[in-house]
Write a protein that binds this ligand. Structure first.
Ligand SMILES: Nc1ncnc2c1ncn2[C@@H]1O[C@H](COP(=O)(O)OP(=O)(O)OP(=O)(O)O)[C@@H](O)[C@H]1O
Length: 357
């Protein structure tokens, strides 16, 4: 089996919050492990506060993980570059942020951002290099002379992607890259990401809470809940046959006239109960499952998304044992934030609040 471009092993990130007198620890990410293969788009989906951005920021080395390993080409970068990322690391791993408005300084022309990125990483910013960059992302050469405010949101996000491409990265961490864009231009940015994967063999971590776009774009999907991964595998398998109650809860909130039970309040209450107070795991009959071991059950064979069956084997579809209840109190908050249909206070949420009180 070929070595993944980047592997994450047991990544945990704690934040200290509160004042000097009431310091407490928030565990944003708990014991997360996954691989990012070259030339594949891996979607990381989950609700707000589940820890998706923290993972991306740890991989971009904007945050220091509390524990765990990040292996790039098999090398443990947290050990070799303890304090901050080397330029060599940043050349390989680039991040594209959610806000194309905030990430480009309004006083500079587009040419400035691309020139700076090229020069910082040892490339010469020739007119040909600039032209190639801007046209690769579907913009025209004359836009090099534009200021950010003269471009649309979608065009600005393409500039952000061009800036990331300037260093010829092997991995792009895209944190909600389309969530601030109009629906009409989103698909253009998603198609650009897809093209970069296919033409340049770039690996991508695509962070989103939009399950539809994950289904459209990703080869592999991982579902994150309360700082932990609960399910993963071939993108279509995860979306079409979700195995964890949290994935089902997420999907039940996506309007779908063809699926019965879409946004059914009774079903949603049942799913919340199964997440917070699990009593049964349908995949746990092999005896390997316990409440303390974060065991993953395999529920489907390895394959890549069916639009690209020629790409060969991918990850098997796996689900975390249902009997492992979420470890942190973030779980309560995340579930509380999900809509409560008809104002119905679900038993599951109330019980969890009482337990934690
Ligand atoms: N710098 C920080 N200090 C304290 N707590 C933080 C910090 N950054 C994140 N957190 C907490 O960590 C948890 C995960 O946050 P994170 O931003 O990673 O989630 P997310 O899934 O990306 O959410 P969103 O989609 O809203 O960005 C949240 O409870 C958040 O409040």
């Amino acid at each position: 089996m070929t070595q993944p471009l980047l592997s994450v092993r047991g990544l945990t990130k704690d934040f200290q919050v509160g004042t000097v007198f009431s310091r407490r620890r928030v565990r944003a990410v708990n014991d997360v492990s996954f691989d990012l293969p070259a030339g594949r788009i891996t979607a990381l989906v989950g609700e707000s506060g589940s820890g998706k951005s923290t993972i991306a920021r740890c991989l971009a080395r904007l945050e220091q993980p509390s524990t765990g390993q990040v292996l790039l080409d098999g090398e443990d970068v947290l050990r070799t570059e303890r304090r901050r990322a080397s330029r060599a690391y940043r050349r390989k791993v680039q991040m594209v942020f959610q806000d194309p408005f905030g990430s480009l300084n309004p006083v500079h022309r587009i040419e400035h951002f691309l020139t700076r990125a090229l020069v910082l990483h040892g490339h010469s910013a020739t007119p040909e290099a600039l032209r190639e960059l801007i046209t690769t992302v579907g913009l025209t050469e004359d836009m090099l002379q534009s200021y950010p405010h003269e471009l649309s949101g979608g065009q600005r996000q393409r500039v952000s992607i061009a800036r990331a491409l300037a260093v010829e990265p092997r991995l792009i961490l895209a944190d909600e890259p389309t969530s601030m864009l109009d629906v009409s231009v989103r698909v253009g940015v998603l198609n650009l990401m897809r093209r970069l994967r296919d033409e340049r063999n770039i690996a991508m971590l695509y962070i989103t809470h939009d399950l539809g776009s994950a289904r459209y774009l990703a080869d592999t999907t991982m579902v994150m809940f309360a700082g932990e991964l609960v399910e993963g595998g071939d993108a279509l398998a995860v979306m079409d046959a979700p195995a964890h109650p949290y994935t089902r809860l997420l999907l039940s909130a996506v309007p779908d006239p063809e699926r019965t039970g879409s946004y059914d309040p009774v079903e949603r209450a049942r799913l919340r109960e199964a997440i917070l107070n699990p009593t049964f795991c349908p995949y746990g009959d092999d005896g390997t499952c316990s409440r303390t071991d974060p065991v993953r059950h395999i529920v489907g064979e390895a394959r890549w998304g069916s639009p690209r069956p020629e790409a060969g084997g991918g990850q098997p579809h796996w689900v975390r044992c249902h009997l492992r209840a979420p470890a942190s109190d973030i779980a309560r908050r995340v579930l509380k934030a999900t809509d409560r249909p008809d104002g119905e206070a679900t038993d599951a949420t109330e019980k969890a609040e009482t337990t934690a009180a």
